[in-house]
Design a protein around this ligand. Structure first.
Ligand SMILES: NC(=O)c1ccc[n+]([C@@H]2O[C@H](COP(=O)([O-])OP(=O)(O)OC[C@H]3O[C@@H](n4cnc5c(N)ncnc54)[C@H](OP(=O)(O)O)[C@@H]3O)[C@@H](O)[C@H]2O)c1
Length: 333
């Protein structure tokens, strides 16, 4: 079996550490693992398949080594803007978790269950979508293919882990009644929720909300799908949850909706509300799948549906999706 030398840039972060774990769990054919991070982390040890790897600094030079074919980036947008083109120039396929490249026309934005074929249009960089968008499109895709989605209204309940290690640390410190010297969130997050993720634009929407609207259209390859979003940070660890209201162009039967969701790749239906069986972050935590439940007709419009979608944002929303892209890429080579 051919082995691939793999860079993980941002290897000490919440997503980077999970990427390394997922590479190991899924037995990705890694030859050499090269964990990179900022100068702050140089010398840290990272375990992978029973061996210890020393973290090195991400520099332009570190990307010019021979024989590296794949780099998983999760070191933030500005880092990615600076370093991903260098990696691509050296023939390395970059799979980038930041938002830096997602809307560039030449960069495929991929969720393998939805638009696997776009992987092979890459010009050196493939973008991993926003975590909230990934889990939503996994559930929307089979329904769009059959009934054509006109409009989606989504409200999110996003885990503190979506804000990286600092977000997680803030919640933990607040719970432990410790002081938080540099809070990640603009307000206390414990016993609270904050209707504000990323920066606000003049029209009152946030960048996170725009990501959900625009990325959904790009991944699904259909600019006619109207999406409006409200993104909210909640004091939860296990994953992101979403209340999703969909209006279809065509009429549908609930039985067919359920059948399509049950058959959809990467999706698990948890929908026996009478038995208290519905998706929740405590069930989704550390799982690779996306979970859907509370599926019911919206009688207020001609062809409407409500559902509740939950997934671990660090796994399917980031690390697992990136590793899946790498898997499909090597399969297609
Ligand atoms: N958390 C999520 O749910 C999620 C989901 C999808 C995408 N993402 C994206 O993934 C990226 C990482 O997120 P995260 O949650 O893992 O954040 P994190 O826990 O804060 O980790 C950030 C990582 O980036 C590294 N880094 C920061 N500045 C760097 C620089 N100048 N040079 C090299 N490395 C640098 C850090 O290294 P040091 O430890 O050395 O500082 C660390 O390894 C972000 O772009 C984020 O938007 C996150």
């Amino acid at each position: 079996m051919k082995l691939y030398d793999v860079i993980v840039a941002g290897a000490t972060g919440m997503v980077g550490r999970k990427m390394i774990q997922v590479l190991e769990e899924r037995n990705f054919p890694v030859g050499r693992l090269i964990p990179l991070a900022s100068a702050r982390s140089v010398g840290m040890e990272i375990d992978f398949k029973g061996r210890s790897y020393r973290v090195e600094e991400l520099t332009h030079e570190s990307l010019s080594r021979k024989d590296i074919e794949i780099a998983l980036f999760s070191a933030g947008g500005s880092t990615s803007r600076e370093f991903a083109p260098t990696a691509a120039k050296h023939g390395i396929l970059v799979i980038d978790n930041s938002s830096a490249w997602r809307m560039e026309p030449d960069v495929p934005l991929v969720v393998p269950e939805v638009n696997r074929k776009d992987i092979f249009k890459h010009k050196g960089i493939i973008a991993n979508p926003n975590c909230s968008t990934i889990q939503m499109v996994v559930a929307l895709k089979p329904l769009h293919d059959r009934f054509k989605i006109k409009r989606v209204v989504v409200s999110t309940y996003q885990s503190v882990t979506g804000a990286g290690q600092k977000g997680y640390d803030q919640l933990m410190k607040e719970w432990n009644k410790e002081s938080v010297p540099n809070p990640k969130f603009p307000y206390q997050i414990s016993f609270n929720l904050i209707p504000h993720i990323d920066e606000f634009f003049e029209d009152g929407y946030t960048r996170e909300e725009y990501k959900m609207m625009k990325e959904t259209q790009k991944i699904m390859g259909d600019e006619s799908i109207a999406v409006t979003a409200t993104c909210v940070r909640v004091p939860v660890i296990g994953g992101h949850s979403e209340s999703v209201n969909i209006e279809f162009e065509k009429p549908f039967e609930m039985s067919e909706v359920r059948e399509l969701l049950a058959k959809a790749p990467g999706l698990i239906v948890q929908d026996k509300p009478q038995e208290k069986h519905y998706p929740m972050p405590i069930f989704a935590y550390d799982k690779d799948e996306t979970f859907v439940g509370r599926v019911r007709r919206d009688e207020t419009v001609k062809s409407g549906l409500n559902m509740w979608i939950v997934s671990d944002n660090i796994r399917k929303g980031a690390a697992t999706n990136a590793v899946q892209i790498a898997e499909e890429f090597i399969k297609g080579k």
